[in-house]
Design a protein around this ligand. Structure first.
Ligand code: CP
Length: 334
């Protein structure tokens, strides 16, 4: 049976630890295996990317394989994913054919498909990614969907391990103001993976910006199981106190999906208070600063924090490469 890499929900702590160990072997030059020799991997990007695209292409090359880049609506046809759709509008090809043709050429398919932030109940189910997984008989790798960014979150866990060592840490995921609402994939996956690793996870956000309740419940259960904890607060100063990791990310509130005007008014109230600056970082336990990038300087985080020795964002981005090589080696190795 094929195995997809869609999120980390079903992964055990041991499975995550094994992937991180494998990533470290690639990073340290202790693994020169080429499990993708003679294989191609399709990388399907509905949305822009720097890190994911470049690190996947380089990773596939370094594992001996070939990357096939596709941008639906750009370098390939516009794509419909809804079952039973009458395709008399702007969509030219259905995922049903797209996937089944691609898998005749490729050993796996990576997909980036962001949330449109229009319909929460629908988008929280990751509808586009799910359709890729449904039609494919080769592994589907999530390169950031509406709800999850597991390649990012495992790179984040590796970065925390490298910078602070193994063991339980006080890890703070803090919301930030941004000029436009953003998807929840990164905060969801970060909170989940940090819980799976047994950290004490604190999620700080304004009252109107709750993450998905089901995902929070799952994360809390997993944190408890690993001896960690999960706490939610609307008090940013209290959250920063004693933190060992500050992970900043903006996301749009689920109640505002499809209501951009109201969301913009609500979000504006929080601009000044929710930036990561030196004053807030001074409350922490010499915390490292993390962000998945791209980041808007002096909006999410000040230049002073971004350029401080505690900022690990470039190492974090590098770790995407090593983690994704570990994931592909696991999915496609002999
Ligand atoms: N963090 C991340 O996924 O970066 P890109 O959007 O540039 O791929």
């Amino acid at each position: 049976m094929k195995t997809d890499f869609l999120n980390t929900i079903g992964m055990s702590r041991d499975e995550i630890e094994r992937l991180l160990e494998s990533a470290l072997r690639f990073k340290r030059g202790n693994d020169h295996s080429k499990p993708l020799t003679g294989k191609s991997v399709a990388l399907v990007f509905f949305n822009p990317s720097l890190r994911t695209r470049a690190s996947m292409q380089v990773g596939i090359y370094e594992l001996g394989g070939n990357a096939v880049m596709l941008e639906p609506g750009g370098t390939s046809w516009t794509l419909e994913h809804r079952e039973g759709a009458v395709m008399d509008s702007d969509k030219t090809e259905h995922v049903a054919e797209f996937v089944r043709v691609l898998e005749r050429y490729c050993a796996a398919i990576g997909v980036r498909t962001f949330a449109a932030l229009k319909n929460w109940e629908e988008e929280r189910t990751d509808p586009v990614l799910k359709e890729f997984a449904r039609y494919a008989s080769v592994p589907i790798i999530n390169l950031e969907s509406a709800m999850h960014h597991p390649c990012q979150s495992l790179a984040d866990m590796l970065t925390i391990r490298e910078k602070l060592g193994a063991g339980r840490k006080r890890v703070v995921l803090t919301w930030a103001w941004h000029p436009k609402p953003l998807p929840m994939a990164v905060p969801n996956s970060f909170a989940l993976a940090a819980a799976q690793m047994g950290h004490d996870v604190v999620i700080a956000h304004p009252a109107d910006y709750e993450l998905d309740q089901e995902l929070l419940n799952t994360s809390r259960q997993l944190a408890d199981k690993q001896g960690g904890s999960l706490e939610i607060t609307h008090d940013i100063e209290a959250a920063f106190s004693g933190a060992e990791v500050i992970y900043a990310k903006s996301w749009g509130g689920k109640e505002f999906y499809g209501n951009t005007e109201q969301e913009t008014i609500t979000r504006a109230k929080y601009r000044r208070k929710w930036i990561v600056d030196e004053e807030k970082m001074a409350r922490t336990n010499d915390a490292i600063f993390m962000h998945c990038l791209p980041v808007r300087r002096n909006v999410i985080v000040t230049d002073e924090v971004m350029d401080s020795p505690n900022s690990v964002v470039i190492d974090e981005a590098e770790n995407r490469l090593h983690v994704q090589k570990a994931i592909m080696a696991e999915l496609l190795g002999a």
